[in-house]
Design a protein around this ligand. Structure first.
Ligand SMILES: [Mg+2]
Length: 383
């Protein structure tokens, strides 16, 4: 980012944090490793006052000590010489800092971080997928009923503008007997693919609940599906991914291998550079936006694909739209339909499988200032 837009006299005057709460449109069930994800969601938001003006954004792990150390600093001191937010301030404060800068410049954050050749001011649309298809069927004995339920859920997403869908698989890893669960995964993939239509991209995510042979069994059974990637098939392992890659190549089956959320192996990026993994998925909140600006550039150089993970954090969904202008091989916004009270995201739209990012200052979200102030008193603090 170009630091010349920052005036040396701009000082951090105040930091306030609070938790805002909300709900998913539909309760989310289990996945390959965890139990029910439920309906309620929350985001931790910081409001920073700099030079008399406020910016809002997600704030992770911000301590009162750090806030106290930052208040009184000049904004410039929070950046390194390359225009990146310095490491200690990233997860706690990068979002409110960038939002503030966008608001002060009256420009969206995606224009501030853009490295692409898109014409400034032109509409920003980014592919997205519906990430809400969890194991919502475990209470159903009959496989056909399970397929019907997941098809109905996919249809709800389709009706809201989605064309691409990620399906949680790995029912046989923990929640169902292995053969029955795997068979149900396969039937559900076919069912959802029917709803998505031939153009819709399908992703499957096992949260490491498969092993290599189960992965091959499922991939072979869904070779008629427009399957775009398989995510976290099993815990990443270079020998097993090399085998899977060779097997896919022999069959001429084009399915990308995606990995990197959660407790990713420190070797993962190197394995990707060796051709064993295609899509990297570190989280957009932890390690975050600035980390992704750096990693995305590195992955672009290596010809690898970026699809930052964003489940369970409603703020991250919108941040993903903005980082898309800084990463050439950006894949998708991971979209979950969540409404957070006091955070107005209505300027964003999902249409025909595309996420429309508004040409609005900062991250394009409006916060209810009165509600935020009440939440600071109830669940937060200020410095
Ligand atoms: Mg995942």
């Amino acid at each position: 980012m170009n630091l010349s837009i920052i005036q040396p006299e701009w000082k951090v005057e105040k930091i306030e944090v609070a938790t805002l709460t909300g709900e998913r449109a539909r309760s989310a069930g289990s996945n390959g490793r965890l139990g029910d994800h439920g309906k309620s969601c929350s985001v931790r938001i910081a409001r920073m006052t700099i030079d008399g003006q406020v910016g809002f954004g997600h704030s992770g792990a911000l301590t009162e000590e750090l806030a106290e150390a930052v208040v009184g600093k000049s904004l410039l001191e929070l950046f390194d010489e390359n225009g990146r937010v310095l490491e200690p301030y990233r997860i706690p404060l990068e979002y409110p800092i960038l939002d503030w800068l966008g608001r002060r410049q009256n420009t969206p954050v995606y224009e501030l971080v853009s490295t692409s050749s898109r014409v400034p001011g032109s509409p920003l649309v980014v592919p997205c997928y519906d990430t809400s298809l969890y194991f919502d069927d475990l209470h159903l004995q009959d496989e056909q009923d399970a397929v019907a339920l997941l098809k109905e859920e996919a249809q709800q997403g389709f009706d809201k503008g989605h064309r691409n869908f990620k399906i949680k698989v790995g029912r046989g890893g923990r929640h169902m007997p292995i053969a029955e669960g795997t068979k149900r995964d396969i039937a559900i993939i076919h069912g959802v693919a029917e709803v998505a239509g031939p153009e819709g991209r399908i992703m499957i995510d096992a949260n490491n609940a498969y092993n290599l042979n189960l992965t091959k069994e499922v991939l072979a059974a869904v070779s008629d599906v427009n399957l775009y990637w398989i995510e976290e098939a099993f815990h990443e392992d270079d020998a097993l991914y090399a085998d899977l890659k060779a097997w896919l190549r022999e069959r001429g089956q084009n399915v990308l291998i995606a990995d990197g959320e959660g407790l990713a192996s420190p070797h993962l990026v190197n394995w990707a550079k060796k051709g064993l993994v295609d899509v990297l998925q570190y989280d957009i909140i932890y390690p975050g936006f600035t980390h992704w600006l750096e990693l995305g550039a590195q992955l672009d150089q290596a010809g690898l694909r970026s699809a930052p993970h964003c489940y369970g954090n409603a703020y991250g969904i919108y941040a993903l739209g903005h980082i898309a202008t800084a990463i050439k091989n950006f894949e998708f916004v991971e979209y979950d339909d969540i409404a957070i009270e006091g955070m107005d995201a209505s300027a964003y739209q999902v249409e025909n499988g595309l996420f429309h990012v508004p040409n609005k200052a900062g991250f394009g979200l409006d916060f209810d200032e009165e509600l935020f102030a009440r939440r600071v008193l109830a669940s937060g603090w200020s410095r």
